[in-house]
Design a protein around this ligand. Structure first.
Ligand code: RP5
Length: 160
């Protein structure tokens, strides 16, 4: 099982690390690349064209500003694409969000929140867990542990 994590720039990495950490926690292998839809369009095309044949099962496109990368990947590859809008400009990431989420009919990009790196990783795990039963169990465990941590916080404030 392998996920392609493609960033438009290395300046996106500090945010994208949140996605990588989730994938590591769940034991999902990834192929991390810096490929720009605008600055290296030929490489973006080749990557998307060959991703499936290269054993990639899902793509996570991470980009800021006029964030066309996830949409370009989705236009070329049959693989599911998750879009991670990066808050990288003077517009607080709204430009990135709208560039990624407002896809035309027929070419979906599952878009998470601006800088929603952790959710991009978790959504990737959930999609892959349709095929990989061990991931489904890990995700169930994750949900239990998340609930327990909130219950512990609730108990703490009740005693305050
Ligand atoms: C986008 O432009 C990248 O994804 C990045 O978020 C933004 C700025 O890139 P740099 O100018 O920092 O390389 O393509």
């Amino acid at each position: 099982m392998k996920v392609g994590v493609i960033m438009g720039s290395d300046s996106d990495l500090s945010v994208v690390n949140g996605t990588l950490n989730v994938l590591k926690d769940f034991g999902v292998a990834y192929d991390l690349r810096v490929i720009s839809a605008h600055r290296t369009p030929d490489i973006a095309f080749d990557y998307a064209k060959n991703a499936e044949a290269n054993g990639i099962e899902l793509l996570i496109g991470c980009a800021g500003k006029a964030a066309h990368l996830p949409g370009v990947l989705a236009g070329i590859s049959p693989l599911p694409v998750i879009g991670l809008p990066i808050k990288s400009s003077t517009m607080d990431g709204l430009d990135s969000l709208l560039s990624i989420v407002q896809m035309p009919s027929g070419v979906p990009v599952a878009t998470v929140a601006i800088n929603g790196a952790e959710n991009a990783g978790l959504l990737a795990v959930q999609i892959l867990s349709v095929k990989y039963a061990d991931l489904r169990q890990k995700f169930k465990d994750y949900k239990v542990s998340m609930a327990q941590s909130v219950i512990a916080k609730d108990a703490k404030v009740q005693g305050a």
